[in-house]
Design a protein around this ligand. Structure first.
Ligand code: PLP
Length: 628
């Protein structure tokens, strides 16, 4: 059946740059830097990985996408700088916390070298990572976060090695340590200062801005700090002003307002004698997860290019008005750099249905309510959907009450439930063909949607979906040329009722159920969750002891082919056990003792003993997810 051409999942809207639907109905991976190349068939990638023993669930990283995003951001800023005749330069940094994986950081450093793209550091381990990367000569290392003596000393020493390390003072307390260590080491620091903007930014992270934000110094603290720096003859070392505008900022007007406010601080601090040359605006550049191009929680009303030109223009006008030179503009775009480069791919293990197409025969001794329930199908029609739903729900409720009072038995109850499922199935198929259903009917039908059970852990692989209601675009990666005839929510493999996805991006906006195809026996049905490269790998946890998934990095080839450039095996059971302080060896020894005991009591034969020991060992060395 290759007659279905709708883009139900809105792939063209949210993913046109990277994805396409191939003629065979599979998702194709487009190379945004070489749009004429034949797209890579995602199902073929999965089959190829399967042949190599790399099973789903798998996080697939596409280096071509990462390179493209790094280039796109830097080029967009360079273009804005040129077009607006801005006199300063742009020096972006990637915040390591957004995806610390070695493969990702190395690729970003590599792709960003020609643009002097640097790194933002928020902790000692991140500083250690940053100091081992090969970057452009003028790339910045911006150290945010709380800093102890160790952190400050290493950052100061790195200046001697030629790194452009800037210590951003987050609080007045840090300055005392910086003065102490820079004096002791005889190294003049390069300092930044984190200010607190009063403008509140919209979106999910509005609390990271405004008066109550936990970061940045108040105006009073700024004045004290400037005075202390002056007293120590260090005011000229204060070269960067930092303000993190927010994350996933939906509205470009908020960006402009916040940048304008940051410029006012910048101008005032320069007036105080600070040697400020760099204006760091933090993160905030969003991703259009839904493709709606509007100012809403999962979308944005601007492009990367607009974001860059709006910033450059706002800074230019503010500086010109104040008679100040144009500073070097720094941003710390994490999400926008990495989100699109990774996708989570998992197989559906089974489906739970809440309707049936088979009509149960009425039997002579059936309770009349079962008969009444069956009668509902005689008047199902487009104009009577609500009535049919009401009636069916009423009859089923009565049957359940009778069961509760002991007036009907389990078999009658089961027949009643079966009849109800049949009626619901009939209502659904009429509703499917009906336009303009009321919200109440839509909601009632959603309550009867299938549950497709996916081989993944929401808590490990999509934590933001659980924690903050993040909506990631998602679609089956095959059979897209076939009309999906069912609607489902997706549940994960953990034993947690929160482990489900019930908000989906579709062609016309966000829906509570996902159109899906009926499963075919013996055929894999893979789902793709897209734009998961930012924060998800890092924030994931071991709920139910489902560990890290397999991770594979590919590079798109010119002729529909691809190269597998890196592979990390997911956690084994032994590994996750050791993360929670078990010694797999001790567990095995204990198990062996139990088995030996059973053998010595004659309850187990020697060959059963061997089978048990090897089953235990095999399990311990295996993948934590469902294996075929
Ligand atoms: N910089 C700082 C200081 C941050 O706290 C964050 C994220 O919260 C970022 C940059 C990255 O923000 P985004 O991913 O929105 O670009």
């Amino acid at each position: 059946m290759a007659d279905f051409e709708h883009d139900l999942y809105g792939i063209r809207r949210w993913g046109d740059e990277y994805f396409t639907i191939l003629e065979n109905g599979n998702v194709g991976l487009k190379n945004p830097s070489a749009p004429d190349n034949r797209p890579v068939d995602l199902v073929r990638v999965l089959q190829d990985l399967g042949d190599r023993g790399i099973a789903a669930p798998v996080v697939l990283r596409v280096t071509s996408y990462l390179q493209h995003q790094v280039r796109r951001l830097n080029t967009a800023f360079a273009d804005a700088v040129a077009t607006l005749e801005y006199q300063g330069v742009y020096r972006g940094v990637f915040p390591i916390k957004v995806n610390q994986q070695a493969e990702v950081i190395e690729r970003i450093a590599e792709a960003g070298a020609e643009f002097n793209f640097g790194l933002e550091i928020g902790s000692k381990p991140e500083l250690v990572i940053a100091l081992s990367q090969k970057m452009g000569e003028n790339a910045l290392l911006i150290c945010n976060g709380s800093k102890d003596s160790e952190f400050i000393r290493l950052a100061l020493m790195s200046l001697k090695l030629g790194f452009n390390t800037i210590l951003v003072l987050e609080s007045p307390r840090e300055l005392d340590l910086v003065i102490e260590h820079s004096t002791a080491l005889g190294i003049r620091p390069q300092l930044g200062i984190r200010i607190k903007l009063t403008n509140r930014i919209g979106g999910k992270w509005s609390e990271s801005s405004g008066d109550r934000s936990s970061f940045g110094m108040t105006t009073e603290q700024l004045i004290d700090l400037v005075d202390t720096l002056r007293a120590h003859d260090l005011l000229d070392t204060l070269i960067l002003q930092h303000a993190h505008l927010g994350s996933q900022i939906p509205d470009i007007i908020d960006v402009r307002k916040a940048v304008g406010e940051a410029c006012r601080f910048f101008v005032e601090l320069r007036g105080e004698g600070a040697g400020l040359t760099h204006l760091d605006l933090g993160g905030g550049l969003g991703i259009d997860y839904t493709g709606e191009q509007k100012s809403s929680r999962n979308s944005i009303n601007y492009t990367v290019e607009e974001y860059c030109s709006n910033i450059v223009e706002t800074v230019k006008y503010a500086m010109e008005e104040a008679g100040e030179p144009h500073p070097c503009i720094v941003t710390e775009s994490g999400r926008a750099t990495v989100a699109s480069s990774s996708m989570l791919l998992f197989n559906i293990l089974e489906a739970s249905h809440f309707d049936t197409a088979e009509r149960p025969e009425i039997e002579a001794d059936d309770h009349h309510l079962i008969r009444d329930l069956g009668e509902v199908t005689s008047y199902i029609g487009a104009g009577r959907i609500q009535e049919c739903l009401n009636d069916a729900t009423y009859y089923r409720g009565e049957l359940r009450a009778l069961f509760g009072f002991g007036r009907i038995g389990l078999r009658q109850m089961a027949r009643g439930e079966r009849m109800y499922q049949y009626v619901v199935g009939r209502i659904k198929s009429v509703a499917h063909e009906t336009e303009g259903l009321s919200e109440e009917i839509e909601t009632a039908l959603e309550d009867h949607a299938d549950i497709y059970h996916g081989n993944f852990s929401l808590f490990q692989s999509l934590p933001d979906s659980w924690a903050i209601g993040q909506v990631h675009p998602m679609a089956p990666v095959q059979r897209l040329n076939e009309r999906p005839t069912r609607r489902a929510i997706i549940s994960d493999i953990t034993c947690d009722s929160d482990g489900k996805i019930d908000r989906f991006v579709l062609e016309n906006g966000i829906a509570n159920t996902l159109p899906v195809h009926p499963l075919i026996d013996g055929e894999d049905y893979f789902m793709g969750v897209f734009f998961v490269g930012a924060y998800q790998e890092t924030l994931g946890d071991l709920h139910n002891l489902f560990g890290d998934t397999n991770v594979v990095t590919i590079e798109l080839g010119p002729d529909g082919g691809f190269n597998l450039v890196h592979e990390i095996e997911g956690d084994t059971i032994a590994e996750v056990l050791s993360y929670v302080e078990y010694s797999p060896q001790r567990l095995f020894d204990n198990f062996r003792k139990v088995v030996e005991g059973a053998v010595s009591r004659g309850e187990l034969s020697i060959s059963e003993r061997r089978a048990m020991i090897s089953a235990y060992k095999e399990s311990t060395g295996g993948y934590t997810y469902y294996e075929k």
